[in-house]
Design a protein around this ligand. Structure first.
Ligand SMILES: Nc1ncnc2c1ncn2[C@@H]1O[C@H](COP(=O)(O)OP(=O)(O)OP(=O)(O)O)[C@@H](O)[C@H]1O
Ligand SMILES: CC(C)(CO)[C@@H](O)C(=O)[O-]
Ligand code: BAL
Length: 303
């Protein structure tokens, strides 16, 4: 008699809500950390696999915390997708050992009065479009780093400006952690994976791939030798005009300080970033601008 194959059992990471339990579980181990807001997808799984590879034999911690401090009053905090069972499965399959899932009063007890504000890189783009957002991000990331005390922390390049803000904070405050950026994971259409894609239908997601096509058009113009900021930007805008139901926040070509340039030099940190509302959902994406980089590929993380 032939037995049916054993079902694949995915190892589920332990869920920890109490910071003291987290400290006890991590004492004496090398730690790699992936901060998230949950609703984990293949982009997060890629970060977790990179974390696993960074500390062979150590502990991989994924935090799932929808941080109220980084949402504006009219943003999607209350409807942000939440799926802790799914998160355990995705995190476990990618190699996480622990899932840290604190509640809001644990992170922001009564009387909480401190914030971390990073000037400069936080100010344009999403900093301008979402006032207070990066202060909320920097504050919670510093708190999470203090709670987890990782050797390595991994962030996605999909949130390029966030990565720059975190790197600036880590340098400015002498935090003992190695921050690593991980290239953006995309659907075959080019659409960057994002938890907020869950708000879109399959047809809307296909249409949202116009954002990555616009970025690729800017990359192609740059590769053809165009260095004028306005002309590079126009190459992307020409693609976006073909889209239905798109309201643009920004499409900007920037250097490492996240500010626009009139003329782009050959800095490998040059980037084109876009943020737009499509079908009522705010989506962001970015790609590198470097003469030798093929469209869609990545180069280096913000220094
Ligand atoms: N497609 C992706 N490729 C690589 N990293 C990603 C991708 N999507 C998210 N990340 C990274 O995962 C980490 C956690 O992000 P988060 O939980 O906010 O997910 P998200 O998909 O970015 O959600 P949102 O839809 O809110 O932007 C961040 O460092 C983020 O940059
Ligand atoms: C870094 C982060 C987990 C802070 O809440 C969040 O901004 C995110 O998921 O990118
Ligand atoms: N990944 C970015 C989290 C946010 O949009 O608040």
């Amino acid at each position: 008699m032939t037995l049916p194959p054993e079902p694949q059992v995915s190892p589920h990471p332990t869920v920890i809500t109490d910071p003291a339990d987290l400290r006890a579980a991590l004492r004496g181990h090398a730690v790699a950390f992936v901060p998230t807001m949950g609703a984990l997808h293949e982009g997060h799984a890629t970060l977790i696999r990179a974390a696993r590879a960074a500390v062979p034999g150590g502990r991989v911690v994924v935090s799932v915390f929808v941080n109220p401090m980084q949402f504006g009053p009219n943003e999607d905090l209350s409807r942000y997708p939440r799926d802790l069972d799914g998160d355990r499965r995705v995190a476990g399959e990618a190699g996480a050992d622990l899932l840290f899932h604190p509640d809001v009063p644990t992170m922001y007890p009564d009387g909480f009065s401190t914030s971390v504000s990073v000037s400069g890189v936080s100010e344009p783009l999403d900093g301008a479009a979402r006032p207070g957002h990066f202060t909320g991000v920097a504050t919670v990331v510093l708190k999470l780093l203090n709670l987890v005390r990782p050797d390595v922390a991994l962030f996605g390049e999909k949130d390029w400006q966030q990565l720059a803000v975190v790197r600036r904070m880590v340098r400015d405050l002498n935090l003992p952690v190695d921050v690593r950026g991980v290239p953006t994971v995309r659907e075959d259409s080019g659409l960057a994976l994002s938890s907020r894609n869950a708000y879109l239908s399959a047809d809307q997601r296909a249409q949202a791939a116009v954002l990555s096509r616009a970025l690729r058009a800017v990359q192609a113009a740059y590769a053809d030798g165009e260095r004028r900021g306005a002309a590079l930007r126009q190459a992307g805008l020409d693609v976006l005009t073909t889209a239905a139901d798109l309201s643009l926040d920004y499409l900007s070509v920037v250097g490492s300080d996240m500010h626009e340039r009139e003329i782009m030099d050959n800095d490998p940190m040059n980037r084109v970033l876009v943020a737009a509302r499509m079908f009522g959902v705010r989506l962001i994406d970015n790609m590198p601008l470097a003469a030798h980089v093929a469209a869609g590929q990545s180069t280096v993380s913000p220094a």
